[in-house]
Design a protein around this ligand. Sequence first.
Ligand code: DGJ
Length: 729
Amino acid sequence: MKKLFVLLMALSMLAQINAQEKKIFRISTDNTDLILQVAPNGRLYQSYLGDKLLNEQDINNFSYAVKGGSDGSVSTRGWEVYPGSGAEDYFEPAVAITHYDGNPSTIFRYVSAEQKEVKGGTETVINLKDDQYPVEVILHYIAYPKENVIKTWSEIKHSEKKPINLWRYASTMLYFSNTNYYLTEFSSDWAKEARMSTQPLMFGKKVIDTKLGSRAAMHAHPFFELGLDQPVQEQQGRVMLGTLGWTGNFQFTFEVDNVGNLRVIPAINPYASYYELKANEIFSTPEFIFTFSNNGTGEASRNLHAWARNYQLKDGQGDRLTLLNNWENTYFNFNEELLGELMKEAKHLGVDMFLLDDGWFGNKHPRNDDHAGLGDWEVMKSKLPGGIPALVKSAKEAGVRFGIWIEPEMVNPRSDLFEKHPDWAIHLPNRETYYYRNQLVLDLSNPKVQDFVFGVVDNILTENPEVAFFKWDCNSPITNVYSPYLKDKQGQLYINHVRGIYNVLNRIKDKYPNVPMMLCSGGGARCDYEALKYFTEFWCSDNTDPVERIFIQWGFSQIFPSKAMCAHVTSWNKNTSVKFRTDVASMCKLGFDLGLKELNADELAYCQNAVANWKRLKSVILDGDQYRLVSPYDGNHMAIMYTAPDASKAVLYTYDIHPRFGEKLFPVRLQGLDAKKMYKVKEINLMPNKNSNLAVNEKTYSGDYLMKVGINAFTTNQTHSRVIELTAE
Ligand code: DGJ
């Protein structure tokens, strides 16, 4: 036995040495292998992307040439990892460069590679260089074995005599060879976020992109699902989930070529972004993050959720604050006294924080509606004579934390800021200005503007170190696209603007590492994993109608953990009960945005109890494994559950949306439990004086039974919900 082990080890080492000589790079998670190989022509090709191989020596078996030529032959044109424009590949390139002398071709050849341990995984770095021009690309891949996630990005630099122009700059390129490909995309608009739809990918290209600049994901979100051979399903089938960490214009290209292979190209959208790169400047692409599963999107989402909490999301392992927001309750109409009352209400409700929304600033141009004041971040004295210090004090007296809304990247033309610095706003010098929500976007490519935006947060926190939270909003796309700062380099605007935002966010993170922030963009128009390095959570949608929210939260949950998704109980769709609205918000990071005076005594008592339950169970809801059990897209019900990693506790949410009269109801079969453990089933979040009519309530069942037989939790009631706690005995 021992001899066999030694022999196997020796074979594996030999295979590794062989692979090094052959220049084969294996990027591996516990379940996936991405194998790249240098061909005799010195170029780097993808030889395999699929299930992890068991035997090390098998990685030597691949060919680097393209597979499946129509005449059965193998062509010399390969699956090049980072193909440049102007060579023999006639499909979409990863990179396109016009060199200083006007030559539009680039061919990268292998130079060197290294692998190193990084937090959570292994990073593979591969250097490639053009042999005709001093241009390099450095490919980065971090494989996170446990979570089965790979994150990849590229860096481009050169030392040509003059600047070069980049007109394509993909983060990476991935190739697939399957019988069929199905794309699930997430379209969006204000109050219509994360709408999922699926289509087959046929010959040619499908592009998902955005040109909005700042409120960049308003019409399409920067993520997708790919069903390989069949459309994606929740619990079966081979799927890939991918997402780009870029808070600006992005572009996903899916191209099926002449032999039926698919290439997936995630990138910054090159639209209007002919990028002039100076010698020795490094052009870093955004990170593309992807995962695979052979068991459908449910498992793939759990991979991303765990990865995000462990490595990417700001304070991913930390706690989150429940809150009472005043936006929908008061809009712009409040004063110090009213806010003091609301802080007491927040305490009475049992939440951790009061969050003051829009309308607290501007004096010469008071922010009493959305026409004026953006840019003038001093407290409006007529409304709030004691300033922020008085609000922090009142919150303290009420026994809650205090958070505040800002929209620091924007300016109303009716503001001191615009009067003083009209050149700080992105707008065309020679055309009539078009206003989106009566505002303009500040030019974050300008370092002076970056200082100003940093100052918005810095000044508040310097004066009020006890401010506990920021809601950072962004309500306008870039309009009238022209940067007074960049002058004849307008091709840099969309990209440098986003980089300017990251500069500011980095400075904030460095100086105030522990201040949580919510990312908001007129609802959920900013939702990406680069921004979430700086934000603890994001606002999914202004649409808080619970029926709509069931779909919106289902959509975002494909990519993001519940911990990152803010959901508030509001007065949208008052035809539904306060319980239904609260149970829907309780699936994510819970908050409220309504006046408690709207609630009768039972409703208030219900909410207080629901907040207490949520806080008691938040380690399961926010940090547990999520199982999406019944999709709202499939019928009139929805069910989702969270399970603690040790399966000792679980929380099940079931919703009847608009069931048909007398429709057949199916039991909800649970997942993620320990089959051998016994679980006590208890319906919680009940209205005062209401008993549960769940047949299994307060009874004990094995995990096996609950997963195979399930619970009859659905009803034919309209907009009806249940929250069920399961505790292992
Ligand atoms: C848009 C956000 O989505 C809302 O929650 C609110 O903060 C408003 N902006 C304030 O103007």
